[in-house]
Structures are given as structure tokens and as C-alpha cells.
Design a protein around this ligand. Structure first.
Ligand code: SAM
Length: 288
């Protein structure tokens, strides 16, 4: 008699994730909500036509670490030169509590740490104290960024961690969490929901998350603007890939509504930025 083939048994959360991801695919392709207007469906199918899951060099373990470090470093410089960091800080300003004790801020997916360095300089200029932390999935990035920022006299504590599972961080450990260009690296919509849950859990006051919005003209926007700023070829290529695999504003709101929309996440909603292929999730913690 033949032995039976191994049948994998899925845990309850794996089953949940599978069902959610199937629903998400239908939604992404405009096939889920029959009640949606034709225009919404049309826009959704346009953004789905831009979708591609090609891996970025930054995420590819086969690409030498030195090249990947050059890419995160290049992105840091691009963020500063393009004015992105300045806009991010302007948005963040509204969330910063007025008080004497240090404001504890964590950057999830901190990469080269340019945002943390900019927050530190901003706090010094405005005369408030900060206690800065950074988390990155890559322990190499976390280590190198710790080393680089310490050498620049920016006091931060970098650690390795996965945005979708930050259980080594206790509830409400930070006042504010920020995250920039990280969400599209999470390759399952369900896991993006877990990331949002984690953001909510580890903060006391609020959050600011920003990333690309997969709009039809996005690849052209990223390609042209990065070329004008003399960005290295590999970074332009990663930028275009990032945009094609990014989540749209509607998809982010779907994720929040479908999986993250427990009462805890009431403070969250995703907003697209007019004309630019970006979205932001900015909010204060909802307290009952
Ligand atoms: C495109 S870089 C952005 C870096 C930085 N935030 C910036 O704006 O310049 C994305 C970073 O997120 C990190 N990352 C990817 N997936 C992650 C995850 N699940 N948890 C934490 N960090 C992650 C990558 O290692 C990388 O450093």
C-alpha cells in the first residue's frame, strides 16, 4: 500500500491569512465589491495593470552587502536632496507632544538612518529632547547605521526586528512610530495589517507612515525625477520596482478595514497625496 502524501496542516492564523490574501487579490483586481462604482473599479484595474512583484536589489541576498549598503545610503541622500525628508518632518511636527521629557521615537525600517538623523537635528533646532530608536529587518543595516550615526554624534539605538512581529518590544514603548518607504517591502497584504497592529501596539501617542502609491504614472514620475537628480542607475531601477510593487491608497484602506480594523485602529486612515504617487498614514492614538 502506498503511504499517503504529506498534507500540510495550516494553523488558524495561516488559514486566516490565506483567505484574506485571496480576498485582497479579488479586491485589487476590482472583482470583489459589486456595489463599487465603475469609476472606482476602472481606477483599480489601471493600478493593477502597473503591478509587478519583481524583487528589488536592496532585498536580494544574492546582491553583495556592499552594493545594498550603497543603495540605502543613496536613498538617504535622495530623500534629503529631493525635499522628501523636509516634508516628512513638517508632517511629523504636529504629532510631537509639547513637554520637557524626551519624546521617544522609533523608525521602523530605518535603513540608512537619514530620517533619524534629520529628526535629531530638528529636535536640537526646536529645543526639545528626543530619545531615538531604529528597527530594521537586516541586522547588517542595523549595525552599519548604528555605527555611522554614532560616528556623526547622532544618539540612536538601532536593533534588528521584523515590522510585522515586534514582540520583543513591549506595548506603548514609544511615543511615536515613523516608517518611510518600508511598507512595500512587506509582500503579503495580511502581513501589512499585522505591521499596522504592531505600530498601534508599541506607541502611546501616534504614527506617521509614508510610502509609494502604485499609480499609473508613478514609474514615469520616479524614473524622471530620480534621473534629473543624477541618481545611480541601480537606485532608479529599485525605485521603479518599489513603485510597481507598492500598495495603493485604496488597498491600504482595504487592509485596515478588513483585517486591521478592530476598534483599536480607529485612529488610522490612509490618504493619497494630490499629484504625487505617495500616501501617508498619520494619526493619533485613539483613546476611549
Ligand atoms: C527602501 S528602504 C527605506 C529606508 C529608510 N526608511 C528611508 O526612507 O530611507 C526599506 C528598509 O526597510 C527594511 N525592511 C524591509 N522589510 C522590513 C521588515 N519587515 N521589518 C523591518 N524592516 C524592514 C529594509 O531592510 C530597508 O532598510
Amino acid at each position: 500500500m502506498k503511504t499517503s502524501a504529506h498534507i500540510p496542516i495550516l494553523t488558524e492564523s495561516q488559514q486566516q491569512e490565506m483567505v484574506f490574501n485571496e480576498r485582497f487579490e479579488l479586491y485589487k483586481n476590482g472583482k470583489l465589491n459589486e456595489s463599487d462604482s465603475w469609476l472606482q473599479k476602472f481606477q483599480r484595474s489601471l493600478s493593477s495593470s502597473v503591478y509587478s512583484d519583481e524583487q528589488e536589489y536592496l532585498d536580494d541576498p544574492k546582491v553583495p552587502l556592499k552594493t545594498r549598503l550603497t543603495l540605502v545610503g543613496g536613498l538617504s541622500r535622495l530623500n534629503d536632496r529631493s525635499g522628501y525628508t523636509k516634508i516628512f518632518l513638517k508632517e511629523l511636527r504636529e504629532l510631537i507632544p509639547q513637554r520637557k521629557e524626551p519624546v521617544k521615537i522609533v523608525d521602523i525600517g530605518a535603513g540608512g538612518g537619514s530620517l533619524l538623523a534629520a529628526i535629531y537635528q530638528y529636535a536640537q533646532k526646536e529645543g526639545f529632547a528626543v530619545d531615538l530608536y531604529g528597527v530594521d529587518l537586516s541586522s547588517d543595516f542595523a549595525q552599519k547605521t548604528q555605527f555611522r550615526l554614532t560616528a556623526k554624534k547622532v544618539p540612536v539605538k538601532m536593533m534588528q526586528g521584523d515590522a510585522t512581529n515586534l514582540l520583543k518590544i513591549a506595548d506603548e514603548s514609544f511615543d511615536i512610530a515613523v516608517s518611510s518607504y518600508m511598507t512595500h517591502h512587506i509582500r503579503s497584504a495580511y502581513q501589512v495589517g499585522l505591521f499596522l497592529h504592531e505600530i498601534y501596539r508599541i506607541t502611546k501617542k501616534g504614527w506617521l507612515i509614508a510610502d509609494f502609491d502604485r499609480r499609473v504614472y508613478g514609474p514615469l514620475f520616479v524614473g524622471l525625477s530620480a534621473s534629473l537628480m543624477m541618481t545611480p542607475r541601480l537606485l532608479i531601477s529599485d525605485g521603479i520596482k518599489s513603485l510597481k510593487r507598492a500598495y495603493t491608497t485604496d488597498e491600504m484602506n482595504f487592509i485596515m478595514k478588513e483585517i486591521a480594523a478592530t476598534k483599536e485602529l480607529r485612529g488610522m486612515s490612509c490618504q493619497g497625496i494630490p499629484f504625487f504617487p505617495y500616501w501617508k498614514i498619520k494619526g493619533r492614538k485613539w483613546v476611549s
